[in-house]
Design a protein around this ligand. Structure first.
Ligand code: 6R9
Length: 660
């Protein structure tokens, strides 16, 4: 982009992305969902969702009422219907004759594997449901689940659902402190955990954190159910702690799933990384299952008989709830579950797994894609990835260059890429291309799904015209929407419904392009103001990543006496570039070149004041860059709370680099 554009509207860079990839003809011809879905839903949104609820789920009592929003902002969907989530995810597939179909191909980090069919899953979930019942869990209770990514995590979630108890999964990487707060807030009476799990080639203990959390006091925990995963020495408290092997494994495989009201809580999931007390996002049964099941069919085009699906998310965050445990299983999918990190034992582990199981649908996060870019395309190049027919992205805006790399290197320039926007709060995908319909634009989530209504508003709450940016809102209730914040209805109202009355405020900045397609620009607190010009972190990051030497970039606005804020960038170079720089001693030139590159791509206003080349970026376990910590570094403060980081040593390295 030329210099004249700088300063006028600096969000324009992303809008100059003109590449577009229509669905391959054979993909479109066989797609589960076609363009008529938009028309169907537009004709009668509620009837559209009612149809999905009946077609995709089995109800023990059919509903007569679709949406009741009279208690807004709390919605009721399919309110007088009754169903059981575990029955829908497991039993009915066995009853339909698919008991021998593989539900889960489990790959442990050390290389151990398990193949779990739907018939096996039915037995395991039933046993676990009986064991939970024996430990005193009743319909309406809450159970905390603190496990590594092993099949028992999925089994425990479904066992809770089977008895009508809500689960509260706490990511296995969170501290005893975080676990303690979440157990207390949800009043969980039972905790399901493991002795440990494997990460980066090591057995990491988990159970001691549970002991520590309970020892802090004030929890209502009566029992701890412990899965044996690593076999490490584990202290057990008599009368309180029991082994999964001694209870679940010996329990009866006969269990009658408890039919619950559609609005019975299915789970609570705490959102992390924000300031203040974590919010317990509450989801219920019928609407959540309807929309997660629908989106797996529509957005991932899942064909349960032939696809092998792999969502790389941990069950500790919402993507693992909606797109590991519920959405795929309700559809009767065969999926891969991988316990460990992508670089153990080697940096091609994921690609090896794709080839080994013949994965056809891969759903992952931009951070993983950019990491793979950093490691170099030689690694995926070692494996046959030709089984892949669809690629999905979630978690952050995906930079156009990362999107292009994903499509070309992983998808063989053949597989459609779907960039899916949604949140813990929305429960399921909201804005995404439909792979058999939409001509995909690299970096844009594009279109609200059939039955979903979104808009971009200006400060005054007016919809912005095409070509302009503002705040993303959802304008109509949707089936998988959160039903509130656990124990804090006022906070629910204040956080989401007061900025633009009657509309759900997502907290994301977004722009509509000339076609009306939506481009996500990051959280609104990531929008910077440089000399009065609005610049999005995403836009500058995308400009940096579009330079061939850059694998990943994080940009923050640091306080600046003259310009208000100044752009500070942290970049990770691609492996190929690091080698070259080492050989030719080009380090300092890279920084100068990148500053100029941003100026050329966006305009001089966006030129970073400083660029720091780093080896890693601070990320949450779910892969979101914690810009708050980078801002601390950029403004010369000691970094704040690092407890939710995937790797807490990253900040030390970065701070040292900044002062050195
Ligand atoms: C599913 C999940 C939600 C926030 C959301 C937004 C960001 C997620 C995105 C995306 C741009 C996408 N986000 N998907 N931004 N494009 N495709 O990530 O839930 O952990 O609650 O995060 O993530 O900022 O508001 P959650």
């Amino acid at each position: 982009m030329s210099q004249e554009h700088a300063g006028t509207e600096s969000l324009e860079n992303l809008l100059h992305e003109t590449r577009s990839f229509p669905p391959p003809a054979d993909f479109a011809a066989r797609a589960n969902v076609t363009a008529s879905a938009y028309e169907d839903a537009a004709r009668d949104r509620e009837q559209f969702w009612a149809r999905q609820a009946r077609e995709l789920l089995s109800w023990s009592t059919d509903f007569t009422e679709v949406l009741d929003f009279s208690g807004a902002p709390v919605a009721r969907w399919f309110g007088d219907g009754r169903l059981n989530a575990a029955y829908n995810a497991v039993d009915r597939h066995v009853e339909a004759g698919h008991g021998e179909r593989v539900a889960i191909h489990f790959e442990g980090e050390p290389g151990d594997t398990r193949t779990i069919t739907y018939a096996d899953l039915k037995d395991e979930v039933s046993r676990a449901a009986n064991a939970l019942t024996d430990l005193g869990v009743r319909t309406g209770d809450r159970v905390a689940i603190y496990l590594p990514l092993v099949p028992e995590a999925v089994i425990a979630m479904l066992a809770c659902a089977r008895v009508g108890a809500a689960h509260s999964v706490v990511f296995g990487g969170f501290s005893a402190e975080a676990l303690h707060a979440r157990i207390i807030d949800a009043e969980a009476r039972v905790v399901v955990t493991a002795d440990g799990g494997y990460r980066r080639g090591k057995a990491m203990a988990l159970k001691p954190a549970v002991d520590e959390a309970i020892a802090k006091g004030g929890t209502p925990v009566e029992h701890v159910l412990v899965v044996r995963r690593t076999g490490q020495d584990t202290a057990m408290t008599d009368g309180r702690d029991v082994w999964w092997d001694d209870t679940v494994a010996t329990a009866s495989a006969e269990h009658e799933p408890v039919a619950v009201d559609a609005e019975n809580p299915l789970f609570i999931l705490y959102t992390s990384g924000t300031t203040g007390k974590p919010k317990g996002i509450m989801h219920t049964t019928g609407g959540f299952l309807t929309q997660t099941a629908y989106t797996v069919r529509a957005v991932f085009d899942l064909k349960p008989e032939t696809d092998v699906y792999w969502c790389t998310a941990d069950v500790g965050w919402v993507t693992g709830h909606s797109y590991v445990t519920y959405g795929p299983l309700v559809n009767g999918a065969t999926q891969v579950l991988y316990e460990g990190t992508p670089d153990t034992p080697d940096k091609d582990r994921w690609w090896q797994i794709v080839a080994k199981y013949g994965v056809t649908i891969l759903y992952t996060a931009p951070t993983a894609i950019r990491t793979a870019m950093k490691w170099g395309e030689e690694l995926p190049g070692r494996h046959d990835l030709s089984s892949l027919r669809l690629l999905g992205s979630v978690g952050e805006p995906i930079n156009p260059e990362a999107w292009m790399w994903y499509r070309r290197v992983i998808g063989g320039d053949r597989a459609p890429v779907v960039d899916t926007w949604w949140q813990t709060e929305t429960g399921a995908i909201m804005i995404s291309p439909l792979p058999g319909v939409t001509a995909a634009k690299p970096g844009s989530a594009q279109t609200p799904l059939p039955g979903i209504s979104a808009d971009v508003l200006d400060e005054a709450g007016q919809p912005v015209p095409d070509g302009h940016g503002g705040y993303l809102v959802l304008t109509e209730p949707w089936p998988a929407m959160l039903r509130g914040i656990w124990g804090d209805p006022q906070r629910y109202q204040d956080t989401y419904w007061s900025r633009f009355p009657g509309k759900y405020f997502a907290g994301d900045g977004a722009k509509k392009d000339e076609d009306g397609d939506v481009w996500l620009l990051g959280r609104v607190d990531d929008v910077m103001n440089i000399s009065g010009h609005r610049l999005s972190t995403t836009e500058i990051e995308s400009a940096l990543v579009s330079h061939p030497v850059v694998a990943e970039a994080a940009v923050v606005g640091a306080k600046d006496d003259t310009t208000g804020q100044a752009v500070v960038a942290f970049v990770i170079l691609r492996a190929e570039a690091v080698e070259r720089a080492d050989e030719e001693g080009e380090g300092a030139d890279v920084v100068a070149e990148l500053r100029n590159h941003v100026a050329k791509e966006i305009g001089p206003i966006a030129k970073p004041r400083s660029i720091l080349v780093v080896a890693e970026l601070p990320k949450t376990r779910s892969g979101k860059i914690m810009r708050r910590l980078l801002r601390d570094v950029a403004e010369g403060r000691p970094a704040g709370d690092v407890t939710t980081l995937a790797d807490s040593s990253v900040m030390e390295q970065i701070s040292t680099g900044m002062s050195g």
